[in-house]
Design a protein around this ligand. Structure first.
Ligand code: FES
Ligand SMILES: [Fe+2]
Length: 376
């Protein structure tokens, strides 16, 4: 269950340079590089001439990317600008000599790519205010999970597992029962707020909060980057010591996910506290990873059918998440994986359609991936 027309994270900014790199997202291959202005460019990776991998090519002095095989040059918009073997290389260029180019944005050390053809309908990127505020200290981590993106989000959004898996008691009366919470819809996701009374944090963080007191947790799911934002109170209400995390997920394909973590703290700002801060966040991440990677089925069903025992507490966030996915499907943005499997078994290259296909749907060498029909 993969969706186009979403902003996804393609790479950390620091890993994108003049030298092209191949990135797999939504089961497709893309090439990332920087143009002469330093702007990140994302093109479909398969050359429209004979199917070479453009990531094996070279960024030229004119800012174009040249193909490794016959040297065709493509600009940031995906248009072929030069065919060296032609009598007139810069002019004798057929209309279909172009490849899909996808909008990019760079924010907070991440290269974001809009994978789809309808950017005007995009759910907007969220901001990361802690990143530009010196009161916060940042740590980062990334990993590849052998799990589909929805299982990766399920171990983020699920509440009961916080106690069962991570040993974080949710309440004094019943440590496995989430406190009452409700969901508020946003233009790019949904959020909730939970109050609990867990014991103090462990280790060095224990001095931040003694005894049981009310602890606030704010959680937001943002569709861009399939992101779970968490703002977890660590100290007492009067100190505002807080751990913030952004757990972001890019589907590599139906069964694998690239995970990006950025966490912030507004206490113990010394750099030598970074390791402990990251490890506290990663301890939970690794426990979640083990569960998500063993989860069946490997490909998430369109509409999971599971026993629901406690919609208002246990399942509220995941029910909301599945509703969100149903809405994306209704817009016609879900890749039809069975139809796509058949195309690929037939030897076809199918690509994610880019915005340029709206103006010119005809002159393309590769056809777009098939989509589940939009609801009327
Ligand atoms: S395969 Fe790319 S230029 Fe020929
Ligand atoms: Fe978890």
């Amino acid at each position: 269950m993969l969706f186009a027309n979403v902003w996804y994270i393609a790479e950390w900014s620091e890993n994108v340079s003049d030298a092209p790199v191949k990135v797999k997202m939504l089961g497709r291959e893309f090439v990332l590089f920087r143009d002469l202005d330093g702007k990140a460019v994302c093109l479909s990776n398969t050359c429209c001439h004979r199917g070479a991998s453009l990531a094996q090519g070279k960024r030229q002095d004119d800012g174009t990317l040249s193909c490794v095989f016959h040297g065709w040059r493509f600009n940031a918009g995906g248009q072929c600008t030069n065919i060296p073997s032609q009598l007139n290389p810069a002019a004798d260029i057929p209309a279909s000599a172009k490849i899909d180019s996808y909008p990019t944005q760079e924010k907070h050390g991440l290269v974001w790519v809009f994978l789809g053809d309808q950017p005007e309908k995009a759910h907007p990127l969220f901001d990361m205010p802690e990143d530009t505020d010196p009161a916060w200290r940042r740590v980062t981590f990334s990993d590849t999970w052998k799990a589909n993106v929805h299982w990766a989000k399920m171990v983020d959004l699920d509440q009961v597992h916080l106690h069962i898996v991570h040993g974080i008691p949710l309440n004094e009366d019943n440590p496995s029962r989430p406190s009452a919470h409700s969901v508020e819809w946003l233009d790019n996701g949904f959020r909730t707020h939970l109050v609990s009374r867990p014991p103090p944090p462990s280790g060095e963080w224990a001095k931040l909060r003694q005894g049981r007191t009310e602890v606030n947790s704010h959680l937001t799911f943002y569709l861009p980057g399939f992101t779970l934002y968490g703002r977890i109170q660590i100290g007492t209400p009067d100190t505002s010591f807080t751990n913030v995390f952004y757990s972001m997920s890019t589907p590599i394909d139906e069964e694998n996910t690239k995970m990006y973590l950025i966490a912030f703290r507004n206490f113990m700002l010394e750099p030598d506290k970074d390791k402990d801060h990251l490890q506290r966040n990663l301890r939970n991440v690794y426990q979640d990873k083990a569960i998500a990677e063993a989860h069946l089925p490997k490909r998430a069903p369109d509409i999971p059918e599971w026993p629901v025992i406690n919609v208002d507490r246990e399942d509220l966030l995941m029910q909301t998440y599945w509703q969100f996915m149903r809405e994306l499907r209704g817009k016609g943005w879900q890749i039809d994986r069975l139809a796509l499997d058949a195309c690929e078994r037939n030897g076809e290259v199918r690509v994610l359609p880019s915005p340029a296909r709206q103006a010119d749907p005809a002159h393309w060498v590769y056809r777009p991936v098939p989509f589940v029909a939009a609801e009327a």
